[in-house]
Design a protein around this ligand. Structure first.
Ligand SMILES: C[S@@+](CC[C@H](N)C(=O)[O-])C[C@H]1O[C@@H](n2cnc3c(N)ncnc32)[C@H](O)[C@@H]1O
Length: 247
C-alpha cells in the first residue's frame, strides 16, 4: 500500500456551503427546540450581533459538545472564550457526566467597543456577560476564568489542574506566532492520548491562516500526533482535532 504522510492529507480549503446566514448564525431546530436552560441561553446568545461570525456556529457547537460527551475529559482548557458560546457548549456537556473539574477558561476579556465584524456594537466586560449566562444555565460551577494573555496565564491555570489536560480548545490568537505559542505552552501539560481542538483551520473561509500553518508546519511534521480536519457547517471555518499519541 502507498503510505502517505499526514502533510499530504492537509487541505487548506474546500467548497463553501451556500447556507444563507444573514449576518447572524441561523439557529437550527435541534437547539431551538431543546428546553434545557443552557440551550435556551445559547439561543439568546446567538441573537447577540457579536456572536457572528466570531463564535462557533450552532452546528460546530453541537459537534464540540458531542466530542466532550464522548471523550469525557477531566481537565479541559479553553483558550479564547470571546462572548462565551463555546464555553456554554463545553460546560453543557461536562455537566452531563458530573465532572468535578472545571473548564480552565482563558481570554483577554477585553471590553468590545469597536468589533471589526459589527461596528457600533458594544459589550463591556464580556467576562461578566459569560458568567451571567453560565449562572442562568446553572453551569457556573463548571468554569474558572483566567483573564490575561494566554502566554502569561496558562502556567497559572496549570497550578489548578488535578491532572494533565485531556482536551484543549485552542481558539485565541489566530496569528501564526500566537497560535504556535499557544500550542507550545499547552503541550507540556497535555496528557498522552489527550486532544487539541483547533478552530478556523480553513484560511480561505475564515480569513486567518495561523491555525492552518501550525497544523501544517508544526504538528503534521511530527510523528507523535494524529490529525483530523473536520468540515463544518454552515460556513467551513473548520475544526482540526489533534490527538497526542506519545510524548
Ligand atoms: C474567535 S474568538 C473565540 C470564540 C469562542 N471560542 C467561541 O467560539 O465562542 C477569539 C478570542 O481569543 C481571545 N484572545 C486573542 N488573543 C489572546 C491571547 N493572547 N490570550 C488570551 N486570549 C486571546 C480574544 O480576546 C477573543 O475573545
Amino acid at each position: 500500500m502507498n503510505k502517505k504522510s499526514n502533510r499530504s492529507f492537509l487541505k487548506s480549503e474546500i467548497i463553501i456551503s451556500s447556507d444563507n446566514h444573514d449576518n447572524l448564525w441561523k439557529v437550527p431546530g435541534f437547539l431551538l427546540n431543546n428546553q434545557e436552560k443552557w440551550a435556551q441561553t445559547l439561543v439568546k446568545v446567538y441573537q447577540h450581533p457579536m456572536s457572528f461570525p466570531g463564535s462557533v456556529s450552532p452546528q460546530m457547537g453541537n459537534l464540540l459538545r458531542a466530542l466532550i460527551l464522548n471523550i469525557e475529559p477531566v481537565t479541559v482548557m479553553e483558550i479564547g472564550a470571546y462572548i462565551g458560546v463555546s464555553t456554554l457548549w463545553i460546560a453543557s456537556a461536562m455537566a452531563e457526566y458530573t465532572c468535578k473539574e472545571r473548564i480552565h477558561c482563558i481570554d483577554l476579556f477585553p471590553d468590545h467597543t469597536d468589533n471589526p465584524w459589527c461596528p457600533g456594537t458594544t459589550l463591556i466586560n464580556p467576562k461578566d456577560y459569560i458568567a451571567r449566562n453560565l449562572r442562568n444555565s446553572h453551569l457556573e460551577d463548571l468554569v474558572k476564568f483566567y483573564q490575561g494573555d494566554s502566554q502569561l496565564v496558562i502556567d497559572k491555570a496549570a497550578e489548578d489542574f488535578s491532572s494533565a489536560i485531556d482536551f484543549a480548545f485552542i481558539d485565541g490568537d489566530h496569528s501564526l506566532a500566537g497560535c504556535l505559542a499557544d500550542l507550545k505552552k499547552v503541550e507540556p501539560y497535555l496528557n498522552e492520548g489527550g486532544y487539541l481542538l483547533f478552530h478556523d483551520v480553513f484560511p480561505r473561509h475564515c480569513g486567518v491562516d495561523g491555525p492552518f500553518q501550525v497544523l501544517q508546519q508544526e504538528i503534521a511534521s511530527r510523528g507523535n500526533y494524529e490529525i483530523c480536519q473536520i468540515y463544518t457547517s454552515p460556513l467551513n471555518f473548520g475544526f482540526a482535532l489533534v490527538r497526542k499519541l506519545s510524548d
